[in-house]
Design a protein around this ligand. Structure first.
Ligand code: BG6
Ligand code: GLC
Length: 889
């Protein structure tokens, strides 16, 4: 007895080996390179989501079985306790249909559908339908599936190689009483997974152990290499019954498996299935019995098929098992002793425990795979189980559950009895319908933010017009871009020397810097700097308080650097629009971004700074230049690249400066040479010229800002606003039921929860969904996998629009420079700074791509500023000092 059963005993260690071989086989099935030869096929099922409980409406199901067709209408309430009601009717499928011409079969399916619907007497005539077609197919979409070959009882002419959805849809369309759209073809395993109630948490694995065995699970789409999708999840049907067909299970096969396989219809195939599923368990036991009772052979015992799987499962039961064993042995013509019955029970237990063990190893492989690929430390999931083997006896499930725990200790797996595949097919249809409706809504919403090349060309042309208006004295007031002269007429030439102080105010950080400018041979420019914070109440309080704070920071810096008492020349990067009449004077025209300190607009900022120094009375300052950050950036980059004639900032705010011909600057006297113009393009559109481009989200963001109606272009592009645009879109999508299951959380209603760094991190390449979820969780948003995919899509659309608009604006600038110089081709460098441009994974590349398209005659190099604009301000101060020295001499 012991010897007979030994080959069936698989130790835990062996099951671990089975698990790891299954994992390898699954990997081969998922990889594009090895998919076609893989034994475990891993077929994509094009199911992108499991039910989330919000599905609602009435859905039709056609479930074609071997002998019957079941037609079903499922109604989902879609409310908190998702009620499901089903009405169904079965139609026998006659042989003449199952083996007749294809058209007849599909006409039959359609006729049964009308009969069923007519019987319901419903006013509704529009339906969506899910079709269960249990034959080997090559599925290419949820609603596209090509029959490879008929099996079982079916053999209809003219169907193989064709898309069964088209055939069914054509048959349905032959009448016009009902409008029915076939939206899903479903495999029975996925039906099992989808039938489970969503309220107990996600059920992302389906397991069927019936006559055959199969499983499915929700994989990360990017790991399913045979489909194009890389976002979100994708249902995969493993087809694991054929695991081992390449010999992977050879060292575990018992002599009974070999006998069974040899005698089967398909020797060498479906090796895993033959050790597990209902079609074979009885036969394995039979092979063992023929060995055990070889001395007492009876005609019944000699007959294959004389032992039923159903009985085997019952015999394993502690209570009724021995009695069933006796009955079965008697039926085999054996006069069974108590010992015989006991032995029979041992055999059945061994066969079933092995089957449960192998099934557990397979399931453990699936959940471990999910856990690893989702980069989780623990995975919690329900597994929907179905099939005769589960239904017949609780023991199988218990053993399976215990072993999975041991084989995949990192996963919490709960087995749930599925509620029948018809419900699951209905759910697949309902989920597909929900996703399609949501997609439509999402597309409509996001279409507002998608700009065609022609639209971008219009933006470019509009900016060009505004630039011209802004440059001319008479029309300057009409233009939304100020085109402010900066009194900087040359980029650095490398001869600048000396030690300078610099301030950098208006970006993410306020910095005080000591900049030592030496000869290039002696290391060029060296910078020591300190970052100070400007709290919002200071940025938006009385101006005197803001400038006092700045002076205190300078004093602190000087003390730390042991520079108290020294008066170095100072370059002041002040990143707000200023009207300059000289290099060291700048009248603040308006605050922008997060600043709104009172009493400053209309004042000379240098004067405000000097007054604050006076109030403090502890040191002297020698402010020699006030520069915009775009200008500081251009100068800083110009030190390395003499071709750098444009400065660009895409950070908290956005703006650009460039070298304009003095003769074009109507607001200044002088004809010769060039001057750097601070465009203040953030205000582009403030005169209404961009109104056609604003979406409702842009208008909301503008209205809620510190400066409504102003900096409209900046509010489409820069880091301070993109997160808010995203949040407003998410609110709308939630309201439309496309996100967060339609529930608004207080968190999402909190302004400014998304900052630039969030936009940058959420779009990072290769970020697993879990990381996307983690970023959102960190913000206090509880998201599903689909939510996080959609949030990421919204971020992408908003950031892409920003980058393209920025690109269109850069194109307008470089084209103007080219035309100013009457060049066929212009080679120019743009010095760039700003956290959005630097940290966002795609922004820079999208800006550059747009410039390439819109300014094809300019070859534009983008040079990122590494040391901030303070360095540029110091270089400007250096030039100013040199000029002043010359003038004195
Ligand atoms: C910094 C410059 O590097 O970039 C600042 O030194 C500039 O002058 C800033 O204002 C812009 O980017 P952000 O993202 O800080 O606003
Ligand atoms: C805002 C300011 C502008 C600055 C830009 C980038 O648009 O008005 O002066 O250059 O932000 O910081």
């Amino acid at each position: 007895m012991q010897n007979s059963l030994r080959p069936l005993c698989l130790s835990l260690e062996t099951l671990h080996r089975v698990k790891s071989r299954m994992l390898e086989a699954m990997e081969r099935g998922l990889s594009r390179r090895t998919h076609s030869q893989a034994t475990v096929r891993m077929l994509p099922a094009f199911i992108r989501s499991t039910p989330d409980g919000t599905e609602r409406g009435e859905f039709l199901v056609l479930e074609l079985g071997d002998t019957h067709l079941r037609v079903l209408l499922m109604e989902l309430s879609g409310d908190t306790d998702q009620r499901v009601t089903m009405k169904e009717r079965c139609f026998p499928v006659p042989d003449a249909i199952a083996q007749g011409p294809g058209e007849k079969l599909f006409a039959f399916l359609a006729t049964c559908l009308w009969e069923f619907l007519d019987g319901l007497h419903m006013p509704k005539t529009d339906f969506e339908l899910g079709f269960s077609f249990p034959f080997t197919c090559r599925q290419t979409r949820l609603d596209q599936s090509y029959l490879i070959s008929w099996s079982k009882r079916f053999q209809c002419a003219g169907v193989e190689g064709r898309d069964v959805v088209v055939l069914l849809q054509d048959a349905i369309n032959k009448q016009d009483r009902y409008h029915i759209k076939v939206i899903a073809v479903v495999n029975d395993t996925t039906g099992t997974m989808m039938s489970c109630d969503a309220s107990a948490g996600p059920c992302e694995v389906g397991l069927v152990v019936d006559a055959g065995t199969n499983s499915c699970f929700m994989a990360e789409a990017r790991h399913v290499e045979v489909v194009e999708e890389s976002e979100g999840r994708m249902g995969v049907v493993t087809e694991w019954g054929s695991f081992g067909d390449d010999g992977a299970l050879n060292d575990m096969l018992s002599p009974y498996d070999l006998q069974l396989d040899q005698a089967s219809l398909n020797p060498g195939r479906q090796r895993f299935e033959k050790m597990i599923s209902g079609l074979y368990l009885g036969e394995i036991v039979w092979h063992i019995l023929t060995e055990l009772f070889s001395g007492r052979m009876t005609p019944a015992l000699l007959t294959k098929g004389s032992v039923q799987t159903q009985d085997i499962l019952e015999i394993t039961d502690e209570q009724v098992g021995l009695a069933t064993a006796r009955r079965v042995l008697r039926a085999l013509g054996l006069e069974a002793s108590d010992q015989d019955c006991f032995n029979m029970q041992q055999v059945c237990k061994a066969v079933c425990i092995r089957a449960a063990g192998l099934c557990a190893a397979g399931l453990a492989a699936i959940v471990s795979h999910m856990c690893r690929n989702r980069e989780l430390s623990r995975l919690k999931t329900s597994v929907a189980v179905d099939g005769a083997v589960f239904r017949a006896h609780a023991k199988f499930s218990q053993t399976l559950q215990q072993l999975v725990k041991q084989l995949a200790p990192e996963c919490d797996v709960t087995l749930v009895q599925a509620e029948g595949s018809s419900k699951g097919i209905g759910m697949v249809t309902a989920v597909a319908s929900r996703l399609a409706a949501q997609r439509l809504q999402v597309n409509q919403t996001l279409a507002l933010l998608q700009l065609s090349p022609a639209a971008l060309g219009t933006v470019q042309a509009l900016l060009r017009r505004e630039m011209e208006l802004g440059l001319k004295k008479e029309t300057n007031a009409m233009s939304s871009v100020r085109m402010l002269p900066t009194y900087i007429c040359a980029t650095p030439d490398g001869s600048e020397r000396g030690d300078f102080l610099a301030l950098d105010l208006g970006g993410t950080n306020f910095r005080v810097l000591l900049v030592k400018v030496g000869s290039r041979e002696r290391g060029g420019v060296q910078i020591i700097s300190e970052v100070y914070s400007i709290p919002p109440h200071v940025a938006q309080g009385p101006g005197s308080q803001l400038f006092d704070h700045i002076v205190e920071c300078i004093a602190d810096f000087q003390t730390k650097q042991g520079m108290m008492g020294q008066t170095l020349p100072l370059g002041f990067t002040f990143s707000f629009p200023c009207q300059q009449t000289s290099l060291d004077q700048g009248i603040l025209l308006s605050w922008t971004k997060g600043f709104n300190a009172s009493g400053c607009v209309g004042q000379d900022v240098v004067k405000l700074l000097r007054e604050a120094v006076k109030r403090k009375n502890h040191f002297a300052l020698d402010v020699v230049a006030i520069v915009n950050d775009t200008v500081g950036t251009m100068m800083s980059c110009g030190y390395h690249d003499p071709n750098c004639e444009v400065g660009l900032i895409v950070g908290t705010g956005t703006n650009a400066c460039y070298m304009e011909q003095l003769r074009n600057v109507g607001t200044l006297a002088g004809e010769e040479g060039r001057m750097c113009i601070n465009m203040e393009w953030g205000a582009f559109g403030d005169n209404g010229c961009l109104d056609a481009f604003f979406t409702p989200f842009d208008r909301q963001v503008d209205e809620a800002s510190l400066n409504p109606g102003r900096q409209r272009f900046e509010k489409l592009i820069s880091g301070m606003y993109l997160g808010e645009i995203v949040r407003r879109i998410l609110l709308e999508l939630t309201d439309k039921g496309c996100l967060f299951r339609g529930r608004l959380s207080p968190k999402l209603q909190t302004p400014d929860i998304f900052q630039t760094k969030f936009l940058s991190s959420i779009e990072s390449d290769g970020l697993a969904l879990r990381q996307v979820c983690a970023i959102l969780e960190e913000l206090g948003l509880h998201v599903s996998c689909e939510d996080s995919v959609l949030v990421r899509e919204v971020c992408q659309v908003v950031a892409r629009r920003a980058a393209q608009l920025c690109g269109a604006a850069v194109a307008a600038v470089v084209e103007k420079i080219r035309e100013n110089r009457s060049l066929e081709q212009l080679a120019v460098t743009v010095g760039v700074d700003g956290t959005l441009y630097k940290l966002h994974p795609h922004f820079a590349q999208q800006v550059q791509e747009t410039v390439r398209q819109l300014a094809p005659r300019c070859s534009v190099t983008f040079l990122q500023s590494e040391d901030g604009s303070g360095k540029g301000a110091a270089l400007i101060a250096a030039v100013a000092c040199r000029v002043a020295r010359h003038q004195r001499a």
